[in-house]
Design a protein around this ligand. Sequence first.
Ligand SMILES: [Zn+2]
Length: 301
Amino acid sequence: MNPIALGDFTIRKFVESTGNMGIPAAAFCGLGGDRLKALGAALDPRCGELASETFYLSMHSFVLEAGGRRILIDTCNGNNKHRTGVMASMNMLNHDYLGNLARLGLKPEDIDVVVCTHLHSDHVGWNTRLENGVWVPTFPNARYLMSDLDVQFYGALQPDHPQYALTREPFDDSVLPVLASGQAELVRTGHVLEHEIGREVWLEGCPGHTPGTMVVHAQAGDDHVIFSGDVFHHPAQIQDPTLNLGVDTDPEAALAVRRQFVETYADTGTVLLAAHFPDPTSGCVVTGGSGPTFRFLDKPE
Ligand SMILES: [Zn+2]
């Protein structure tokens, strides 16, 4: 993804891992057959080969630099983390995530704010890293913004809950240490991060995927970018918002959010930066003869 300049803001992406993560089409609510072919035909080939049930996805973070502050949005899966159940493929990873951050010229100490759009394991992992056998905050100077609703919900999950493996293990190793450090700031909706610098960055609550799912807006003049977290997992969901990955805590609410995003932002030039859209990631919702679709900002190489 090419860096995005937005007034005095800059936005860059760095990757933990990317490619075909083996998520079957069946995970998208049994999607298959002709419907899959029709969706794939209208989709940029950089999103995957839907006819062969290949969905390209990505695990990445964004750095928004605004008024001298560096805001890191979502922290992927993390290294050395014990994961089971639906997240077993992310067990004990060893990625050069911090090396990729360094290649942007940034050290963990340089991050001022971390935003976790929600508390699933692939959005909180690098909140912490292992130091002498103890999980410590990776970003020592940052305040970490998390939803109070997600903290309440996932902090109370019991082992028999279907989302336990997705969220409770990471809660223990990636959320609790941040709460204990005093660096967490629990927020709900409409929280203004950087109002004082005149070009706003704010959070909006979009419950459905999780109780406290938030998106991050950045606006400079007429330019508007939304870090949409997991409102959409794959661009095919913009063509067909009824698709979901089966991990929404409130599927009806999540569907309503997806529909509202497509209706509100289609053909407005608003840039969507989703947490898992494959490279080049950034793009807009556009409508055409066959309905809404996602168009990448960056041209194919
Ligand atoms: Zn995710």
